[in-house]
Ligand binder design. Sequence first.
Ligand code: NAP
Length: 335
Amino acid sequence: MSMIVSREVRLASRPVGVPRPENFELVETKVPEPGAGQILVRNTWMSVDPYMRGRMDAGASYVEPFGVGHVLEGHAVGEVIASRSPGIPVGATVIHFAGWREHALLDAADATVLDVSIARPQDYLDGLGQTAFTAYLAVTEIARVRAGDVVFVSGAAGAVGSVAGQLAKKFGAARVIGSAGGPEKTRVLTEEFGFDVAIDYRAGSVADQLAAAAPDGIDVYIDNVGGDHLEAAIGALRMYGRAALVGMISGYNATDPVPGPVNLYDIVVKQLTLRGLLVVEHLDRAPAYAAAATRWLADGSLWTKQTVFDGIERAPEAFLGVLGGANTGKMLVRL
Ligand code: NAP
C-alpha cells in the first residue's frame, strides 16, 4: 500500500473569546503504513464537543491544553484499512480518540472494536457514546432522579440534555422541563424528546419561565449551561433538592470572570446538594451503560437526533456551531 494522503485540523492559534475560523488550520499530511501492532483507520464519523473550547486555552484544567500547531483530538469512529495487529482485522469498525483527521495511525491498544450489527457506527459517538453516558450518570448517580420528581434540564435540545430528559422520565420523573434557544428547539423538546414543558431562554427570563412551568418548584436540576440557568434553578429547587453540574457552556467563551449566582444562600436554607460530574472519572461503567442503551435505542425508549456536517474541512464550522447552538442533538462530522 502506498503512503496515504490525509487531511487533519490543527489549532493555528488560541482563541480569545468566541473562536474564529482562523484559529484552525486544515493541513495535508502523509500517513505511513502501520508498524507492528498498529492499525490504520479511515475515519468516517467525528464527535464535536463543547469541552474542546477549554482545551484551546493555555493553562491547566482536567485535561491538557491542545498545543498550537498540533492536531485537535476527539472521539472518532472509522474503518480499519490496514492492520499489523492480530486482534483487529482489516474491515473492523473501531472507536478511538485521535479524531480531527481523515486517517489515524494507531497502536491497536488505543482502539476499541465496535459491533455494528447492533447499532450504527455513529451511534457510538451519540446514544452509546460519552455525551449520553454523561446524561445517564447525571440522572442516575449524581442527581439520583427518583419516582415523582420534577426535573429541570438546561441545554435540553443538545446531546447530553436530550438524553438526560428522556432518562429522567425513564427513571421515574413525574414532570420534565427543558430549556433551549428558539422556537424550533422548544418544539423538538416537547414533540420529539418527550419533555412535558419547554422554555425558550432567548424569549424571556429563565427564572420567570421556570416559575411558571413549575409553580411548586423542582426537585432536580441537570445543568449544562450555568449562569442565569443555574441561578434560576437554585431559586426553584425545593427543600433537599439535588443538582448535577455537568457543564456551564454559557461561560466557555467568556474573557472576564463569570459572575456567580446571587442566591447561593438558598443552598444553605434549602439544604440543597449541588454535585459536579466528570464523565472521565466513571469510564469503568460505560460498557454497562452502552449495553443498556443499545436495548433502549432498539426498543425506541431512547431516541437521539444528530446534526451532521460533511467533510473534515467543515469541522471548525461544526465546532463553532455547537458552541453557538447550530445543533439539535449530537453534533457530528461525517467524513
Ligand atoms: P450540546 O448541548 O449538544 O451543544 C451545546 C449547546 O449549548 C448548543 O447547542 C446551545 O443550544 C447551548 N448553548 C450555547 N451557548 C449557550 C448559552 N449561552 N446559554 C444557554 N445555552 C447555550 O453539547 P453537549 O456535548 O451535549 O454538552 C452539553 C454540556 O455538557 C456542555 O456544557 C458540555 O461541556 C457538558 N459536558 C460535560 C461532560 C462532563 O463530563 N462533565 C461531558 C460531556 C459534556 P441552544 O441553541 O439551546 O442555546
